[in-house]
Structure formats: C-alpha cells, structure tokens
Design a binder for this molecule. Structure first.
Ligand code: UDP
Ligand code: MG
Length: 309
C-alpha cells in the first residue's frame, strides 16, 4: 500500500486544527492508502503548538509536527514539511479547510494512474474576497506570465499532490527566497489542474493583507524574472532618443531664429529631476537584485526547527 504525506503549514490556527484533522481523516479513511500528517507550526503565538501536541499524543504514529523557532513564513513551512515527509505521494494543504479534502481521492487516483506526476488545483472564482484584492491578483498573473519563462497558472493554489520524485526535485531547489508557485512549475513534470469554487475559511483570519500580498508578488516576479533590470535599458534608450530629438530641435531652431533658445529654468529643473529620479528608481531595482544575491550568498537555512515529533 502506498503512503500519502499530508503537509500542513499553520500560523496561529488554534481554531482550525481541531476542525481540519477530522474533516481530512474522514476522507482518507475511505482511501486505500497509509497516511502520515506533517503539521508545521510556523512560530505561532497562540495555542497552535498545544493543538499539535494533542493530536500527536492521540495519534503518535500518524500525526507528526515540526515547530519553528519563530515565524519563517509559509514558504519555509512548506519546505520543512516536504523535507520531513516520507510518503510516496505528498499533498500540501492549508489548515483552514479552504482546500477541500473531498478532492483528495481524485488527486490520488490521477497519480496512481501513472499519467501525471502532480495534480494541482485552481480556483475558478474568488467569491468572498475583496474586489480590489482579486484585481491585484489577476494583474499579477498577467505581468509575471508576460515577463517570466516559468508559467504561473492564474488562480492556482498551493493545494497539490505530488509524487516523491517531484517532491525531491522541489527540495533540490533550495533557494532562500522561495516562491513556491513558481518553483512547482519550474521543476517541470506533468501536472493536471482540477478546478474548484472558492471556499471561505472555517475559522480564524487570513494573515495576508494587501501590503503583504504586494510584497509577495514583487518577490515572485523578482525570483523568476530579470525583466525589471532590462526595463532600465529600454526606458534609458527611449529617453536618450527623446532628448536627442529635443537637442536636434533646439539646434535647428537656433539657426532658423537665433537667440530664441533661452527657456525658463523651471523646464530645465523638471527635466533634470525627471532623469535623476529614473536613475534613482533603477539604482533601486538593481539594489533589490543585489540584495537578493547577498542574502542567498549567505547560504542561510530556510528555517530553524525547535521541536520535531
Ligand atoms: N501560514 C503559515 N505561515 C505564515 C502565514 C500563513 O504557515 O506566515 C499558513 C496558514 O496557517 C494557512 C496557510 O498558510 O494554513 C494559508 O494561509 P491563509 O489561509 O492565511 O492564506 P490564503 O488562504 O488567504 O491564501
Ligand atoms: Mg486560507
């Protein structure tokens, strides 16, 4: 019989965990598979760890957990879970039951058929989400797919089941700044996507503010594309052509009507400011990439675990 590892990142989820386990357990009991759970406590400040301890004590063979020394973020938690998992298949799930457990048998059967290495899920709507947030998300997918060679499926969730071979491939991508949606796609393998309708959280609140999502989006774009760097070249080229034409205009006008070239200082100040600020922006963009390289060059661990059971 195959073993299925269920990896569950949790950050301040004391209310969700007691609802999650029975809901998933009910589904996997009907499947022909051994199951191991890997809960990751991502430095929660509530009773999340106590809930995990309790589940582990109730089901010591089946339920395991890793507890981080602080909050390292969901990406690090996913990595820790994949690293700890031992199953032939691994599924990554949110603890808030936004990832419907009822899809597990279908995912499992698709992998069992041998036709696919991975079964991902994709939300077809964003019911219950703020309009502004949905708009930003769709723009993000549009931009990143334009400028990156790695395809990022719009609406794809982290909820996916993978073969051991694919998990090992994902683990081999051990970069510090992790953008899983990109990494899952980058490693390749044959992936099937299942569609489903958005489900709201069972308990607790999402930790993702618009600001955090924006930072996530910028990180994602920077991890999988160097287009922002080349943007400097294109804007620089465009501006130099414009200023060359301007210069040509002034020279020609000087010969047609001498003495007419004196303009106010304000236009000059604006132009200087404009060019200066563009240079500053792109120094910033370059700085961002240098910063990422710097962080990566330290070869820091992606997370630090305090307890593992
Ligand atoms: N999560 C985490 N670390 C964090 C933030 C979130 O492990 O720093 C977990 C969280 O507990 C949940 C999953 O990641 O299981 C998804 O988070 P959330 O439901 O807030 O995001 P959304 O479903 O809105 O994308
Ligand atoms: Mg959620």
């Amino acid at each position: 019989m195959k073993t299925l590892s269920i990896v569950v990142p949790c950050y301040n989820e004391q209310e969700s965990i007691p609802l999650f386990y029975p809901a998933v357990d009910k589904v996997v009991k009907q499947m022909d598979v051994n199951v191991e759970y890997w809960f990751i406590n991502d430095g929660s400040s509530d009773k999340t760890l106590a809930e995990m301890e309790r589940l582990h004590d109730d089901h010591p063979k089946q339920v395991h957990f890793v507890s981080f020394s602080r909050n390292f973020g969901k990406e690090a938690a996913l990595y820790a879970g994949l690293q700890a998992s031992t199953g032939d298949y691994v599924v990554v799930m949110d603890v808030d039951l936004q990832d419907p457990p009822s899809m597990l048998p279908t995912m499992f059967n698709s992998l069992e058929s041998g036709e696919y290495d991975c079964v991902g899920t994709r939300r077809v709507d964003r019911k219950g989400e703020k309009k502004f947030k949905s708009f930003l998300s769709s723009q993000f997918y549009h931009v990143i797919n334009k400028i990156s060679d790695t395809e990022i499926i719009p609406g794809a969730r982290d909820y996916r089941m993978m073969t051991r071979q694919m998990v090992n491939a994902v683990l081999s991508v051990a970069e510090y700044d992790r953008f899983s949606k990109g990494i899952f796609s980058w490693v390749g393998f044959k992936t099937k996507y299942l569609d489903y309708h958005n489900i709201e959280r069972v308990a607790g609140d999402t930790d993702w503010s618009v600001w955090k999502l924006t930072k996530y989006a910028v990180d994602g774009i920077m991890s999988f594309s160097d287009a922002p760097l080349s943007l400097a070249i294109w804007i620089g080229l465009f501006l130099s052509i414009v200023s060359f034409l301007g210069l040509l205009f002034i020279i020609i006008r000087h010969f047609i009507s001498p003495g007419a070239s004196a303009f106010g200082w304000s236009s000059l100040a604006c132009i200087t400011l404009f060019i200066g600020s563009i240079q500053l922006v792109f120094t910033g963009v370059v700085g961002k990439y240098v910063g990422k390289t710097y962080m990566q060059s330290k070869h820091r661990p992606i997370y630090i675990a305090k307890i593992k059971k």
